[in-house]
Design a protein around this ligand. Structure first.
Ligand code: 5RP
Ligand code: FE2
Length: 215
């Protein structure tokens, strides 16, 4: 069974507290927090102050997806705000290994995310140092986009690498995940599914999270 990490990107920000309580009630394993800076991706969302506020209302682990340029500048701030897993994009930082070490030195789990066009080979030499790989299955920046079919091969390939080398890495899949494709993506090897619009645009958010958990 895959873990579920609802992305609040598609939630109603005017009642964020209520939205978080609903996913908590549904059994969400994480809260997925999409941080965007308008430079690495063409959209701006929120940063550490908002995350800190949410931290005060829930104990669900925070899965922070940084879509920002040179994330190494802000690792400590996200740790202080309450992040549990910090994921940076391979494309966003020149010294990826050092950035990963920064996160680990803060005692947090480190993830690396790959844009759809970025090959798995780019993270070959840091696989031993990370806890998670986040495979983007849409181009980062917006919720509600369609799953890119070629990512099936990427997920399966990464699953094989992890299993063959017995690595302690979880695969998170983010973008275009719906109840309809959740089982298929899990069968390909995903350990954690991120879902934004399919959960927060549902009539019954609590029930929707429960249904994902049953997949
Ligand atoms: O990182 C993201 C976008 O860059 C989001 O996590 C993702 O798009 C979730 O939204 P949806 O489930 O609606 O595709
Ligand atoms: Fe995300």
């Amino acid at each position: 069974m895959a873990k579920i990490s609802p992305s609040i990107l598609s939630s109603d920000f005017s009642k964020l507290g209520e939205e978080i309580r609903k996913i908590e009630e549904g059994g969400a394993d994480f809260v997925h927090l999409d941080v965007m800076d308008g430079i690495f991706v063409p959209n701006i969302t929120f940063g550490p102050p908002v995350i800190k506020e949410i931290r005060s209302i829930t104990d669900i682990p925070f899965d922070v997806h940084l879509m920002i340029d040179r994330p190494e500048r802000y690792i400590e701030e996200f740790v202080e705000a309450g992040a549990d897993i910090i994921t940076v994009h391979e494309e966003s930082t020149i010294h990826l290994h050092r950035t990963i070490q920064n996160i680990k030195n803060c005692g947090k789990k480190a993830g690396i995310s790959l844009n759809p066009s970025t090959p798995l080979e780019n993270i070959e030499y840091v696989l031993e140092d990370i806890d998670m790989v986040l495979i983007m299955t849409v181009n980062p920046g917006f919720g509600g986009q369609s799953f890119i079919p070629a990512m099936e091969r990427k997920i399966k390939h990464l699953r094989k690498i992890i299993d063959d080398r017995d690595l302690a890495i979880e695969i998170e899949v983010d973008g275009g995940i719906k109840l309809d494709n959740a089982k298929e993506v899990t069968d390909w090897g995903a350990d954690i599914l991120v879902a934004g619009s399919d959960i927060f645009k549902a009539d019954n958010i609590v029930e929707r999270v429960r249904l994902f958990k049953e997949v």
